[in-house]
Design a binder for this molecule. Structure first.
Ligand code: 13P
Length: 254
């Protein structure tokens, strides 16, 4: 059975001080919370510090990106092996900011997905349509294409134990979240799309919603049957707001 998962994507934000303060804030706010897995994804430079700081709590740590290569002459990159070596368990891949600013294709993202799995880490595959695609009625087509790039190269079983984050690009950092009904419709489509190939895989895959999730709108989003948690940007940088989101997921899915 799938479990709720709330993950904080810190993006290019943080410092040694913020990492220490945010983790200790979360630890004290979440001591009583059960039934929702919490993962934070700080910038790669702070992974080791974060892994050390979460010891003794149930908070997991993830990276925001990896290179497809494990080592070699690839200046500036971070490998999945290094993420694992530092004790992190998750890797966000295919975030729309990487697809846009770093021109990552569906095929490259699928390759990264495979590398993450090969290292025994959990991939969090970000998918979602742009505003123009949304207005052109292409949401389902785009999501299916981004998922199929993985299925085509690795089979549907690759989604066993994996996470999908549906993040409509128009909702990211805009304060304009998808409505619970809009998000649920796309999440249902994603699960049904995977179920066509394997109902078992579809039933267990965690599908998070991402895009302007905050302490006010989280509970209603988590009330939807196919929304298993959230990938949170801005609100994950504040321990109090992020804790409210985690508690909302734990309560909605109890
Ligand atoms: P915001 O929560 O800031 O909209 O960011 C969402 C996101 O991109 C998480 O990966």
């Amino acid at each position: 059975m799938r479990h709720p998962l709330v993950m904080g994507n810190w993006k290019l934000n943080g410092s040694k001080q913020l990492t220490a303060d945010l983790i200790s804030g979360l630890q004290s706010a979440l001591t009583e919370v059960q039934g929702c897995k919490v993962v934070i994804a700080p910038p790669a430079l702070y992974l080791a510090q974060a892994v050390a700081a979460v010891q003794g709590s149930d908070i997991g740590v993830g990276a925001q990106n990896i290179d497809v290569n494990l080592s070699g002459a690839f200046t500036g990159e971070t490998s999945a092996e290094m993420v694992k070596d530092n004790g992190a368990g998750y890797v966000i891949i295919g975030h729309s900011e990487r697809r846009t600013y770093h021109h990552e294709s569906d095929e490259l993202v699928a390759e990264k997905f495979a590398v993450v799995k090969q290292q025994g880490l959990i991939p969090v595959l970000c998918i979602g349509e742009t505003e123009a695609e949304n207005e052109a009625g292409k949401t389902e087509e785009v999501c299916a294409r981004q998922i199929d790039a993985v299925i085509k190269t690795q089979g549907v079983e690759a989604f066993h134990g994996a996470v999908i984050a549906y993040e409509p690009v128009w909702a990211i950092g805009t304060g304009k979240s998808a409505t619970p009904a809009q998000a649920q419709a796309v999440h249902k489509f994603i699960r049904t799309h995977i179920a066509k190939q394997s109902p078992t895989v579809a039933d267990q895959v965690i599908i998070q919603y991402g895009g302007s999730v905050n302490d006010k709108n989280a509970a209603e989003l988590f009330g939807q049957p196919d929304i298993d948690g959230a990938l949170v940007g801005g609100a994950s940088l504040k321990a109090d707001a992020f804790s409210v989101i985690v508690k909302a997921a734990a309560a909605a899915k109890a």
